[in-house]
Write a protein that binds this ligand. Structure first.
Ligand SMILES: Cc1cc2nc3c(=O)[nH]c(=O)nc-3n(C[C@H](O)[C@H](O)[C@H](O)COP(=O)(O)OP(=O)(O)OC[C@H]3O[C@@H](n4cnc5c(N)ncnc54)[C@H](O)[C@@H]3O)c2cc1C
Length: 293
């Protein structure tokens, strides 16, 4: 199927993109890499009257690390993140995660801004943003708005962005030097959307977890920063403690059922990931089996 007819405007600057968005609002859609927007239009799930192409706005592309913050421009492509030495050095969780986003052809065009604005609950990057405590920076008719990732994702394909707003960048605090991370997802094939996934960041001190952020994805209508992580912090982790944290996670989840998995399967896989994550962060492979017994 082909998309219905639409008008096209190539934005010449961020200010120009904002003028167009202010004038056309809900009737317009921003085009970044087109890897989600164009398939949705071809399937006639979306029919914007105007496409505002921001693809040429070089000022929205790139990674800058300064003053304890990593700023990533909205038009930074998945492949740029994958190859970025700054990201590998300061946020290696992202390097690992991006390798699971789709396939090379899609990663060559798709952007971080597009992925976050699209807000597919099975996407890797939204969960990473929760885990890393990101702030999403949007520009709109009344200036800049800084939105914590925890308030940005509002539902399936729904975010806190207003129709007149442009996502311009993402800001992440550089994780503490000794922090460790875990990323894993279950997918039918590498590159497919996840059935269930987990992006985690932690501090481990004297064999105990001192800080832990668990960002699950594909377990509900939006990514989830699991509160049950709290049960694993500042305690000696035994299989009983892990098992209690897994039960607490089960209470938090509200997974959807689709062609890929039932809700029960997703609950089970989320607990498997939590056990794997903790055993990997503490380098204690024996914990995995105990927690789910
Ligand atoms: C076969 C296939 C497999 C895929 N598998 C995965 C996967 O495993 N994991 C995954 O995460 N993604 C996957 N994707 C999606 C892909 O990663 C997209 O690159 C990404 O979701 C969107 O980025 P984009 O730059 O192409 O955005 P676009 O398609 O250009 O835009 C997506 C949406 O975001 C809006 N938007 C874009 N940029 C902005 C902005 N700066 N400000 C405001 N709104 C904006 C658009 O208006 C549109 O609604 C897959 C896509 C395909 C086609």
């Amino acid at each position: 199927m082909k998309a219905p007819a639409f008008a096209y405007a190539r934005a010449t600057s961020v200010a120009n993109a904002l003028e167009l968005l202010t004038a056309h609002g809900e009737k317009a859609k921003v085009l970044s890499g087109g890897q989600s927007l164009l398939p949705a239009m071809n399937l006639r799930l979306l029919a914007p009257e105007l496409i505002i192409d921001i693809g040429e706005l070089a000022e929205l592309r790139g990674v800058v690390v300064k003053g304890g913050l990593i700023t990533i421009g909205a038009l930074t492509r998945h492949v740029d993140l994958l190859r970025s030495p700054e990201i590998a050095a300061h946020a290696p969780l992202l390097t690992d995660a991006v390798a699971h986003v789709a396939h090379p052809a899609i990663r060559n065009r798709g952007t971080i801004g597009g992925s976050l604005a699209h807000a597919d609950p099975a996407s890797e990057l939204p969960a990473c943003m929760l885990t890393l405590g990101a702030t999403i920076i949007a520009h709109g008719p009344s200036g800049e708005r800084r939105i914590p990732a925890s308030e940005f994702f509002a539902g399936i394909y729904e975010t806190a962005l207003e129709p007149q707003e442009l996502l311009v960048a993402v800001e992440l605090p550089v994780p503490p030097k000794k922090s460790v991370y875990f990323f894993h997802e279950f997918a039918r094939r590498h590159g497919d959307y996840a059935i269930v996934g987990l992006a985690a960041q932690a501090l481990v001190k004297d064999g105990q977890i001192a800080d832990l952020r668990l960002g699950f994805f594909a377990v509900g209508d939006r990514p989830l920063l699991a509160r049950s992580a709290g049960k694993l912090v500042d305690v000696a982790i035994t299989s009983t403690v892990l098992s209690e944290a897994c039960s607490a996670l089960d209470q938090e989840l509200d997974p959807l059922e689709d062609q890929q998995a039932t809700a029960d399967m997703r609950r089970h896989l989320a607990k498997v990931l939590m056990a794997r994550c903790v055993s990997s962060l503490l380098d204690r492979p024996g914990l995995r089996a105990g927690a789910l017994a």
